[in-house]
Design a protein around this ligand. Structure first.
Ligand SMILES: [Zn+2]
Length: 443
């Protein structure tokens, strides 16, 4: 079995017992971490090694809510500016996703995955839409994931906005993909049942989906109260709040992810806490769409597990983390609020989210016997870095330094800032640009 020793490291384990280990080395054997110990214990090691020169060695970042399919929108100037969230969906996203082919979906995923390697993001939980080319779209994204070498949890967003036939095809795509994941039991791949949002999914569809999810011990990935309009539509059509509707229909639970939750009330928070449902906050997207700022302090106070995602604004979790803190402070007009809530998303909670989807494989931590998803950050601490200060470095320091090395499941995907992928990266970007041009013509 292949081995790799990362020497002379300042190891951040992302565990609460021993968060910071100085002058340590991490021994990787095959796909797992074999040993973490003081550097001196590896004197006799012979094999491939990387000298971290005292820099940070830590788990790869996890992006808990992403949309690969948005890649080809960069620079697209054809969408009318919108003054409401629904307008943003109608003028841009719901026009774009209708035009995506399977090849577009594949390259839309491949490009941000390459960027993720450069940014040290090693696990991504994605939410996909391509309503006129649904069947096989998740397999195409999974293929890109396998080629790049990242861990992915995929789903297709069911929506009745294009009619029942397309909603049915979306449900079948989710169901087939969850069955595929069950059958293959590949550590790199998981599936959830995707739904767009309460306001585009009928009761009958929720019932079919909930029935499948219950039988397969799976969970949902569904936008929740992202804008006030989602709550307004639910009250008007169903006479209840969004989270109340999800509670009644069996959508909530330990394996369900509810991104956003910007407009939920206290009773909805209580239902999320009672069902141990996961919330993922996406601050850059919420600011960009001007939908509001989620009350993370209140949700965390109720014991809700809150992770961090980017909603396709970036694959750089360091950037998202900092922005999330600024948003909480500004939103509450309180410069003292939000630090622990935000730091915990990346330091602990995204890990717990992965534990529920990948059954305790240790994704998001560095520990012996756990998966070897490891990055080296080009960061030498200019102030004391220890068990009491590391979260400050995580938020305020790491955002401005490059990732040096990215390893997933023991495989080096980037070393010394040089990509080591099995794909032709330049060809991938060139093909993406060609496809984007054609997509823009159809838009
Ligand atoms: Zn989203």
């Amino acid at each position: 079995m292949s081995t790799l020793l990362i020497r002379n490291a300042t190891v951040l384990t992302f565990t609460s017992e021993t968060p910071v280990l100085k002058n340590h080395a991490v021994l990787i054997e095959g796909k797992k971490i074999k040993k973490i110990a003081p550097d001196a214990e590896f004197k006799d090691y012979k094999g491939k090694e990387i000298n971290a020169h005292g820099r940070i060695v830590m788990p790869g970042y996890i992006n808990a809510h992403m949309h690969y399919y948005s890649t080809m929108v960069r620079g697209l100037g054809k969408a009318e500016p919108a003054s409401t969230f629904i307008g943003v969906l109608e003028n841009l996203w719901w026009r774009l996703d209708k035009k995506l082919t399977i090849e577009d979906s594949y390259y839309s995923a491949l490009i941000p995955m390459i960027d993720a390697v450069k940014n040290g993001t090693t696990t991504i939980i994605d939410h996909h839409a391509s309503p006129f080319h649904i069947t096989g779209s998740l397999d195409a994204i999974a293929k890109a994931g396998k080629e790049v070498g990242l861990r992915n949890c995929l789903c297709y967003e069911v929506s009745d906005r294009d009619g029942q036939k397309i909603a049915d095809e979306g449900m079948t795509e989710n169901e087939n993909f969850i069955l595929r994941c069950e059958k293959e039991n590949d550590d790199m791949l998981r599936g959830l049942y995707g739904l767009h949002a309460s306001f585009t999914v009928s009761d009958a569809d929720l019932e079919r989906a909930a029935d499948f999810v219950k039988k397969h011990n799976s969970g949902f990935h569904v936008h929740t109260a992202e804008a006030a309009s989602d709550e307004e539509a639910c009250e008007k059509e169903h006479g209840c709040r969004v989270v109340e509707r999800f509670y009644d229909k069996g959508v909530l639970g330990k394996k369900t992810i509810c991104p956003h939750c910007v407009h939920i009330n206290e009773h909805e928070m209580d239902l999320l806490a009672e069902t141990d449902t996961m919330v993922v906050t996406n601050p850059q997207s919420n600011l960009n769409n001007a939908v509001g700022i989620a009350n993370l302090v209140k949700m965390a106070g109720k014991g809700i597990l809150i992770g961090l995602g980017t909603d396709a604004m970036t694959v750089n979790m360091r950037e998202e983390l900092r922005c999330g803190l600024w948003a909480q402070k500004y939103g509450r007009q309180d410069p003292a609020c939000g630090f622990m809530e935000l730091a915990s998303t990346v330091a602990f909670n995204n890990t717990k989210i992965c534990d529920r989807l990948w059954e305790g494989m240790g994704i998001g931590t560095l520990k012996e016997g756990g998966v070897a998803d490891v990055i080296i950050l080009d960061y030498l601490a200019p102030t004391p870095l220890d068990d009491t200060t590391w979260l400050g470095h995580l938020i305020f320091g790491f955002a401005s330094v490059p990732v040096d090395t990215t390893i997933v499941a023991g495989k080096i995907l980037m070393e010394n800032k040089e990509l080591k992928l099995d794909i032709d990266v330049e060809q991938a970007y060139a093909r993406s640009a060609e496809l984007a041009e054609k997509l823009w013509d159809r838009f």
